[in-house]
Design a protein around this ligand. Sequence first.
Ligand SMILES: [Zn+2]
Length: 413
Amino acid sequence: MVRPFSVDMLRQRLGVAKFFLNGDEKEGVITVRPKLKPYFKHVTSSENGIIRVKMERTSLEINDPEGKVMAFIDYLDGERTLEEIAQKCQMSTEDAWNGVQMLNQYNMLEALDQEPMGLTEREQLRYKNNLTYFSHYETLEESKYVFQQRLKNSKVAVLGLGSGSVIAAWLASMGVGKIIGVDFDRVELNNLNRQFFYTEDDVGELKTQATKRRLEKLNSDIQVEVHEKEIDSAAFLIDILDGVDFVVNAIDSPPVQGTRFVNAACLHHRIPAIHIAIGNTIGFFYRVTPFVNGCTDCRLLETIRNDASALDRMRRRVDGTLPKVDFGNPGFAPNVATLTALVASEVCKQLTGYHKGQQQAFTIWDVHSFQLHGKDFPRLPECPSCGSARAQQSVEPCSLAEIVDIVEGMHAR
Ligand SMILES: [Zn+2]
């Protein structure tokens, strides 16, 4: 991944009045003191005029017949300015700058600012391994501490505390500063086959209360807020989601409409969300970035437009003739654990920006082959929730009858 590198950002960070890349313009002082990450010092070798940098999944090869590049890399010790390095290596400052940019694109350089930001000593200790992990993704402009600080400053709502309780646990361990949980159910014995954040002692207790107690035990540095109620409208969520940075939707009822309520509330506040579901052969989650990619209703329209049997089921749901059949819940511990961990990983990427995350918005995980498949679903102009023809007057999603009408209109064109 090649990161955009902003000279302005660097200038701002260093407080340098002017920053010149062109050797002919000798104004200002270049005070950047780049440092190669210790890990890369360890994996970089030079032989027969070729430098090899062995990384986990790739390796870099750089032709270096005169040994100048290796000398350049050796001088990246955090002690010397770019100008001093350029002089030592008998190269122009511009060449040295280009070299630094190139190494920075491969995340090979430490951030210039190694201050622990607003992290307490206890947090630095608690998240020591997070920081080690993030250090592999830091660049000159963004340190590992910035990523952890972003988690600390984040407010995430987890809706549905069944498999959502496991996601909430991942987020609390990572250091997400505030977690808001919503559910109306009580812990049942049959939840314990997969919702391992609960114990037998919790059976019969409200999931919200059990989750709050356990999250606070898991991480007393974070804030936990819970709301006991079934999500039966978008309006119910409006106040709860105010100021939230990210929503994880793991509710399973009411079917179809529940997720549409969440979608409508997230669109109202323009909060990105991940919606998650698990079956017996696949699990999936999809990310909605409001008004950028497709939303839950876009997906619903796309699905029933292209699947006659899905449209038929929707029609029967609307006219009340779809029989209510309870197939039970196929939630199985390893499947729930894997899918929730994937979602937590994606949420972390979206909150911190240490990585841009899944390229495609919709991710399907195959329970048996363990493979991930990605696909996109577009934002549809016909969407009543995020499309150009959406109704502005109500925060609630339109009725399912209207969804059917829209699809029939799309078929008629
Ligand atoms: Zn939409």
